[in-house]
Design a protein around this ligand. Structure first.
Ligand SMILES: CC(=O)N[C@H]1[C@@H](OP(=O)(O)OP(=O)(O)OC[C@H]2O[C@@H](n3ccc(=O)[nH]c3=O)[C@H](O)[C@@H]2O)O[C@H](CO)[C@@H](O)[C@@H]1O
Ligand SMILES: C=C(OP(=O)(O)O)C(=O)O
Length: 436
């Protein structure tokens, strides 16, 4: 279990270049399974989850070449499908959440797809019904081995269908879209998720020869095609990482420039930080967060009632930034209610912030009220364990703003999604040491 030691209180300054988006990379990597031709992908983040998926693809027989710092080519022309029955696959597949998205492409191209219960953050129940209900609608037979938590779908032929998803699942939509590209006839997916990750996936598939329309909306129409060809794709900057840097800059009262953020794909993110009173300046495609020497003041709703920040499927505010918003609010002027609607166990990390002196009332597993200190009282350093990727970064932000030296254990959670976080923090002046 890796550990960071952080001496809080240092002001940061400088430029950050965002990494490629983790959740997009996981979809795009799975899509290479849909063609025997070469697919070149740029801006792949060097993070644990993505590297685990690359290893899994390699074990499945995909020929992979690293052609640049963050660029790779992939060729799935001769797969070892026997690997899907191996113990090694059970171990590899369990290692991350994103592995679930190999099932759709395998089912589409080879008529069978399997996966052990995938890993990922332990942030509440994470069911897979949407994925498998979609495959069944396309004509697949489904089986689930309860003893081994092993899922499987098989089909001689997939047929296009209309489906109304029970929820707008991000990975579920990606999986069903990838299964449907070769289904005979027309597939219509209503209540589809439409995060930029999915828009990017659908655009890539269309470049490969797929016929997907409605991209960016919750109604996708897919005309089945016989085959897909190779392509080149560049992954967008990671909007969750960008939000993490915004929060970190504000809470440490530092001036930071986040380069080439891809403003057009950030949705509500800049405005939600602005609601906390944080100045988010747009300079061309960069974000500049000035030093907040006078702190930041939470806005109220027009009728004067207390601000609520909650998550929703895109174009709503992403649940992956709520832990960071909550943490940054602990030093705001004013109060805010954080409502994490999607996940049931994602707010429990507030215990650690409370230990550090933050004023938070956990109302129930989904809601927490934060009463900001307005920097009149500094958080106190402590020892904590990162429970999940975003809580981990939130605790890191709290530690960077705190008085004294904090210890954050289980930093593998952070490394799952943040590339060289300690190196990049040191480069802008943070006092952080990685202990193994
Ligand atoms: C690898 C990856 O891409 N992971 C992301 C993906 O996970 P993932 O695709 O696993 O998440 P889903 O979109 O399936 O659902 C997330 C949770 O939200 C609930 N839910 C979902 C949709 C909805 O309309 N109502 C609702 O309550 C689900 O029951 C589940 O508990 O999307 C999540 C939601 O944005 C993000 O937190 C994860 O970072
Ligand atoms: C919940 C997340 O990741 P995963 O779905 O991979 O667990 C996340 O990125 O915040």
């Amino acid at each position: 279990m890796g550990t960071f030691k952080i001496e809080g209180g240092a002001q940061l300054k400088g430029e950050i270049i965002p990494q490629g988006a983790k959740n997009e990379a996981l979809q795009i990597l799975c899509a290479v399974l849909l063609t025997s031709e070469k697919v070149t992908i740029h801006n792949i983040p060097n993070i644990i989850d993505v590297n685990k998926l690359i290893d899994l693809l390699e074990n499945l027989g995909v020929k992979i070449q690293k052609i640049g710092a963050s660029s790779y080519t992939f060729m799935a022309d001769d797969l070892h499908l026997d690997y899907l029955q191996s113990e090694q696959f059970k171990q590899d597949g369990r290692g991350l959440r994103g592995s679930i998205m190999i099932v759709g492409p395998l089912l589409a191209r080879f008529g069978k797809g399997y996966i052990p219960k995938p890993g990922g953050d332990k942030i509440g129940r994470r069911r897979l019904d949407t994925h498998f209900e979609g495959f069944i609608k396309l004509g697949a037979t489904f089986r689930y081995n309860r003893e081994e938590y092993f899922y499987g779908v098989e089909a001689k032929k997939l047929k296009g269908a209309f489906m109304l998803l029970d929820e707008a699942s991000v990975t579920g939509t990606a999986n069903i879209v990838m299964a449907a590209v070769f289904a005979e006839g027309t597939t219509t997916i209503y209540n589809a998720a439409c995060e930029p990750y999915l828009q990017q996936l659908c655009s890539m598939l269309n470049r490969m020869g797929a016929k997907i329309s409605g991209v960016g909306s919750n109604l996708l129409t897919i005309e089945g095609v016989k085959e897909l060809g190779g392509t080149e794709h560049t992954i967008l900057p990671d909007m969750i990482e960008i939000g993490s840097w915004i929060g970190m800059a504000a809470m440490t009262r530092s001036e930071l420039t986040i380069k080439n953020v891809g403003w057009d794909h950030l949705g509500q993110i800049p405005n939600v930080f602005r609601k906390l009173g944080i100045t988010v300046e747009k300079q061309d495609d960069d974000i500049v967060i000035p030093e907040h020497a006078d702190g930041y003041e939470v806005q109220s709703f027009i009728d004067g009632s207390v601000l609520t920040i909650s998550d929703a499927p895109w174009p709503g505010f992403t649940p992956d930034l709520l832990s960071i918003i909550l943490t940054v609010a602990t030093q705001a002027r004013g109060s805010v209610l954080i409502h994490q609607k999607m996940f049931e166990s994602r707010l429990f990390f507030v215990d650690k912030l409370i230990d550090m002196g933050a004023k938070i009332i956990l109302c129930d597993p989904h809601r927490a009220t934060v009463i900001g200190h307005d920097f009149k009282s500094t958080l106190k350093a402590t020892t904590m364990t990162s429970p999940d990727i975003r809580a981990g970064v939130s605790l890191l932000i709290a530690a960077l703003s705190a008085k004294g030296t904090s210890t954050v254990h289980n930093i593998e959670q952070i490394d799952r999604g943040y590339q060289n976080i300690d190196g990049r923090l040191k480069a802008i002046g943070a006092k952080i040491v990685r202990m193994d």
